[in-house]
Design a protein around this ligand. Structure first.
Ligand code: ROI
Length: 168
């Protein structure tokens, strides 16, 4: 039996809707994995944090649910390969605008502290563009170490997230 994982998708350069769609197709082809669902797409202003450039375009964000036999680091490698394939250059600048960002948000109920990977994804509790799409897929979800998703949603700052797909 594989693990249930949630992957955050984000893009704010080029054609974000096309890039998210393409990334979902690539997630569906991950080895040893099955794409089980995805949220709608949301438009969201760039999250402000210390050191984050303020003059970025809006993001398009979504979350995908995948069942996988891949280990966390094998999955991370596969996600980074998809990012690279879609033109992301990792030049050491954090938080730069990007054509595609794939974040491993949750890996089953595991808590992972590794030099390359922190799960649950840090900052998840402050990110409306992660919590709302996640709640579409799994409203009853328990976030390891942080508690029920519903409680995190109730405390998350409201930043004017906009659902851009009415139906699919
Ligand atoms: N802001 C939004 N709205 N969506 C993102 O995916 C996103 N990703 C980031 C930073 C720059 C922190 N802000 C973001 O990496």
């Amino acid at each position: 039996m594989g693990q249930i994982v949630y992957i955050g998708l984000g893009s704010n350069l080029g054609d974000p809707a096309a890039q998210l769609q393409r990334a979902l197709e690539q997630l569906a082809r991950l080895p040893g994995s099955r794409l089980q669902g995805r949220s709608r797409f949301y438009r969201s202003r760039p999250l402000q944090a210390p050191g984050v450039p303020e003059d970025q375009p809006d993001y398009l964000n979504a979350v995908a649910r995948v069942e996988t036999d891949l280990s966390p680091l094998m999955l991370l490698d596969a996600l980074q390969a998809i990012e690279a394939e879609q033109g992301r250059v990792r030049d050491g600048r954090r938080w730069a605008p990007r054509p595609l960002d794939l974040d491993l948000l949750l890996y089953g109920a595991e808590v992972i502290q590794h030099p390359r990977l922190t799960v649950p994804h840090p900052g998840i509790a402050q990110r409306d563009f992660v919590l709302h799409p996640l709640a579409e897929l799994a409203p009853e979800l328990e976030i390891p170490g942080l508690g029920p998703l519903e409680a995190l949603l109730a405390r998350c700052p409201v930043r004017g997230l906009q659902r851009v797909e009415v139906s699919r």
